[in-house]
Design a protein around this ligand. Structure first.
Ligand code: ZN
Length: 122
């Protein structure tokens, strides 16, 4: 990988890390279990809480992936798919600089794993 590209992805990762941290810091106060007010208030609070938890979970997951990406940058494996070892396309890295998988492996994983987005709709 060219140094300029590498530095660009590193810059994107730092921005994404700050963004995820901000979101976590912002959402955390929402995760308080309070039961006061009427049923509608409680329902709205429950929905807010669920939204906060979903956002926090996503931000935590992204942070974990970002830290793993920094580790791959340090050991020189950044940009290689963790599953098949092929190069991850620059377009994919520009959109998801923390991704450990190439698009083909990711699609295969997505097929195997239940869609976590559906949990909140259940
Ligand atoms: Zn792959």
């Amino acid at each position: 990988m060219k140094d300029t590209k590498f530095l660009e992805y590193r810059r994107l990762l730092v921005i994404a890390e700050n963004d995820a941290r901000d979101r976590l810091a912002h959402e955390r106060p929402g995760i308080n279990i309070q039961t006061h007010g009427d049923a509608i208030d409680n329902l709205i609070e429950a929905l807010d809480r669920e939204q906060s938890i979903t956002t926090s979970m996503r931000a935590t997951e992204v942070l974990r992936n970002i830290h793993a990406a920094f580790a791959r940058m340090a050991d020189g494996s950044y940009g290689e798919c963790a599953h098949c070892g092929e190069s991850i396309s620059p377009k994919r890295l520009a959109a998801l600089p923390w991704t450990p998988n190439c698009i083909r492996c990711q699609e295969r994983l997505d097929e195997q794993q239940p869609d976590t987005d559906r949990l909140s709709a259940a």
